[in-house]
Design a binder for this molecule. Sequence first.
Ligand code: TRP
Length: 456
Amino acid sequence: MTHVADVRDSWSTRTGFILAAIGSAVGLGNMWRFSYVAAEGGGAAFVLLYLLFVAVIGIPLMASELVVGRMTQVSPVRALAKLGGRAWTPLGLLFVFCGLGILSYYSVIAGWTIRYAVDGFRGAIPSDAGDAGAYFNAVGTKLPAVGTHLIFMALTILIVLGGIKKGLERTAIILMPLLFLLLVGLAIWAVTLDGGGAGYAYYLKPQLGELLDPTIITSAAGQAFFSLSLGMGALMTYASYLRSKENLAREAATIALTDFGVAFVAGLFVFPIIFHFDLGGVIGLGDPIADNTVGTLFISIPPALGSLGTMGDLVVGAFFVMLFFAAITSAISLLEVVVTAVIDGWHWSRNKATLVFGILITLLGIPSAFNLNFLAFADKLIGNVLLMVGGLFTAILVGYRIRPQAEDEMAQGLTSPGARRAWVVLVRYVAPPVLILVLVFSIPDLITKFKTLIGI
Ligand code: TRP
């Protein structure tokens, strides 16, 4: 019998790994959710607070996931059991559950980006705001949504079938540079909009009062967590395919800061548009659309841009192509978490694991395509609360249960003892209490979403 480590795929270059990890982090969350919560949270003040969370909790936790992945070279489910003992298996299973669950609804939204990219280029999205809402309802739910969800899942499955080097790495190497180009191009184009200055001012001007609001603080933490793909072993999985002894703290900082940069630049595109077209109501809080994670992106912005004629159609098309790239490079990492667990745990072939679980996730996504309240509830429960539970236990495992081993692994690349000490302190004493607080604060929101779902 061949030893597992001999047949296990791996990244071919450091750049390939970094781009794939950035691809996982940069997703639908960066493009719209960041701008929205930034506006809600007081512009520049929120941005600074968000950066603080990224630095103090995001980077140390990401480094923890990378450490566990690289030191074990196996799927998260096995890695946790191997390091912590059998009692940690449920955490690994939670990761797999999050992968299945998030991908099922993420793919429905990603499917819309395919439809919007195609119709955007064709100028087929209605430019009247009311018609645009009807158009969204027509293409974004029921059978048309199931159709684009199927297409998106088929593409995700195809890439994951290719494995690490030929599937995930190659996709990231091609798509991520294109994504950066599109993003910068769109942000530069937005400079030409009249009245955009007020958008930049709103986005970048600190409104300090709102910073003291605890819900804003927790939303910054939640956003940092979701955006960095933390809490479900995605980066742990990616790092398990790493052979080199790179400095994992530096890798985590590169991934997290690039993710932040993309979200920030996306805001430089979204805000001038909102002000130029006077869409303020939609980010403005209290509007029902603003509560809906998809409103601004799919209902308000496309018709506004469409009203600019051919140039507007091109911008809408390019914008949704960019969102599609962002979504697919995240989706493959969600599926990879599940597939790796099945390959390592049940000794299935990659082909069988990818096909069986890819199809299962496709089926699980169908309720989200039919009912947006279901989608919103799944996102709150899994994409927010469960990820934080996962992150909390990851911090406990690395900070307490296996701290000496984790420190040794970290020392492979991070030679400064002071920096290692700082990392340990953040993982042990800062991340757990902050995550517990944020979890407590997010419960009322979860209950609200649940009530909406069951109709009370
Ligand atoms: N970070 C992704 C985004 O911003 C979403 C996400 C959350 C994710 N957790 C993940 C992606 C785990 C891949 C793996 O859209």
